[in-house]
Design a protein around this ligand. Structure first.
Ligand code: EPU
Length: 332
């Protein structure tokens, strides 16, 4: 396997900023991953999918591993469901398209999310009322410290909103994901934007739902191949009753969604917009004009410009609304 030294990661992160990795490798098989881990037991490690949810503020002083295991195989098929195993490096939206074309439902609401399949469970990707945890049966991994193969069933993944055991521990290299999809489809409107988009389509087909999601996303979210970005930059904050009450005092119009008795979610995009930061540009970075939650890079080579702008937004939202915005994107 080819190991590269001082490897430039600019084309390996969707913000397109510059940073080198001390060591870089693209293993093609599970055996090659294990060999690599044995060869470099003491190096700090970073596993890269499509690089759509991270950025670098300094050179990475360790080993960057980009597994390139892809492919979709059916492992069980009955009248109601199909179970598939998908390699971690498979492009996420290609998988969604593949499933929708075959009439398999469950991930259509997650159309056009950038990234690799192996990254989907890490932050439990979600959109339009669906989270990937709803269809994951198992995640196959290699534990970095022991090089042991470990499989996690759905409960063992400890999925939460944009969170999982894989994100918490960062100990595992995901090699494949097993999904169970349904062979029947009944549209259940779960999200206001989707409802509006399909207002004139009384019983939308699976393909029509995918097309509607693609239209909404193209309208609201920038394509990282045209304007470098990493999707939603911050998580929607989960707040307590006291925090909710103080937020509503400062901003009576803030959207509040109930989670449970002492836990509420509000909209990070709304807070950023109200703070005057929608479509705001600072040098070569800014928030997207059509969606305040997306930080876009207009041409900076330096991840520190993104980090500085992130801190500015966090500070202004904290000062105005006493809410801590936590990045959804990983900062290295
Ligand atoms: N809003 C604003 N200003 C804006 C944009 C939105 O005030 O510029 C407010 C509106 O009130 C809107 C609400 O925010 O109703 C929610 O906006 P949106 O439906 O776009 O969703 P979001 O909460 O901002 C989340 C996910 C997205 C996902 C959408 C759609 C997170 C961090 N983000 O965004 O996921 O596509 O829902 O379901 O949960 C991603 O994770 O990268 C991502 C794009």
């Amino acid at each position: 396997m080819d190991i590269q030294h001082n490897f430039q990661l600019q084309t390996y992160n969707s913000f397109r900023t510059k940073a080198t990795a001390k060591l870089f490798a693209k293993p093609r098989t599970i055996d090659e991953i294990i060999e690599l881990l044995k060869q470099y037991p003491n190096e700090k490690k970073l596993i890269l999918g499509n690089g759509c949810n991270l950025f670098f503020t300094k050179p990475f002083d360790g080993l960057v591993i980009k597994p390139i295991i892809s492919g979709i195989s059916v492992i069980d098929d009955n009248a109601e469901n199909v179970t598939i195993e998908v390699g971690a490096a498979q492009d996420w939206d290609e998988l969604v398209e593949y499933c929708v074309n075959r009439g398999w439902s469950g991930i259509e609401n997650l159309s056009l999310i950038p990234g690799a399949v192996g990254a989907a469970p890490i932050q439990n990707i979600g959109a339009y009322g669906t989270e990937v945890k709803d269809v994951i049966v198992k995640v196959k991994t290699i534990e970095m410290a022991t090089q042991a193969i470990k499989e996690f069933n759905n409960a063992e993944c400890e999925f939460e909103y944009r969170n999982s055991i894989f994100k918490q521990t960062r100990n595992y290299i995901i090699t494949s994901v097993i999904f169970q999809l349904s062979k029947s489809f009944s549209y259940r409107e779960k999200y206001i934007d989707l409802k509006k988009e399909l207002a004139h389509t009384p019983s939308p087909t699976l393909k029509q739902v995918r097309e509607a999601i693609i239209s909404i996303r193209k309208r609201k979210l920038p394509n990282h191949l045209e304007i470098p970005n990493a999707g939603s930059f911050f998580k929607n904050p989960i707040i307590t009753t006291a925090e909710k009450d103080s937020l509503l005092e400062a901003l009576p119009s803030a959207p509040i969604y109930n989670i449970d008795t002492n836990s509420f979610k509000t909209s990070a995009a709304y807070l950023i917009e109200q703070a005057g930061y929608k479509g705001k540009r600072k040098g070569n970075v800014g928030t997207y004009e059509n969606h305040a939650l997306i930080i876009v890079n207009y041409g900076s080579d330096d991840g520190n410009d993104i980090a500085d702008f992130m801190h500015e937004i966090q500070k202004v939202v904290k000062t105005k609304y006493n809410i801590e915005l936590e990045p959804e994107v990983w900062v290295f």
